[in-house]
Ligand binder design. Structure first.
Ligand SMILES: [Ca+2]
Ligand SMILES: [Ca+2]
Length: 130
C-alpha cells in the first residue's frame, strides 16, 4: 500500500505539473482560420516589412476567446489581396508558431504550420528520456 501511494503521487505529480512541456509544442491554442478571419475584419495596423504599406494586424488572442487569451497574434496579408495569409503566434509561455495559408490544386485551402518552437529556453528544455 505504501509503495502504491508513493508511486502514484510521484508519477501523477510529475506528469501533471508540466502540461505544456510534454507532447511537443502546443500552439494549438489558436485556430488559424479563426484568427485569420478575425484579422480580415480589422484594419492592418503594422508595417512589419517596412515598405510603407501596413499589411499586418497585431492582436491578442483574447478576442477569439477560449484558450487563445494571452496569445499574441500577428496576422499578415503578404500579397495585399485583403485576406490574411500568414500567421505568427507567441503564447504567454513563450511557445510560438507560424502558419501559412496554402491553396491546393483542387481549390481546397488550408493552414499549414511552417514553424514552431519555444522562446523560453530553459523552461521548455526537456531532458531526453525523462
Ligand atoms: Ca509593409
Ligand atoms: Ca493575402
Amino acid at each position: 500500500m505504501m509503495a502504491e501511494m508513493f508511486l502514484g503521487a510521484d508519477g501523477d505529480g510529475t506528469d501533471g505539473s508540466v502540461p505544456h512541456g510534454s507532447g511537443g509544442v502546443d500552439t494549438g491554442r489558436i485556430d488559424p482560420a479563426s484568427a485569420a478571419g478575425w484579422a480580415d475584419t480589422a484594419d492592418a495596423t503594422s508595417d512589419l516589412d517596412g515598405d510603407g504599406v501596413r499589411e499586418s494586424v497585431v492582436f491578442d488572442g483574447a478576442v477569439l476567446g477560449g484558450d487563445a487569451a494571452g496569445v499574441l497574434i500577428v496576422a499578415t496579408d503578404t500579397d495585399l489581396d485583403g485576406t490574411t495569409d500568414r500567421l505568427a503566434t507567441v503564447a504567454d509561455d513563450g511557445e510560438y508558431g507560424v502558419w501559412e495559408f496554402r491553396r491546393a490544386d483542387d481549390g481546397t485551402a488550408r493552414w499549414v504550420r511552417t514553424d514552431e518552437g519555444s522562446l523560453g529556453g530553459d523552461e521548455s528544455h526537456r531532458v531526453p528520456g525523462k
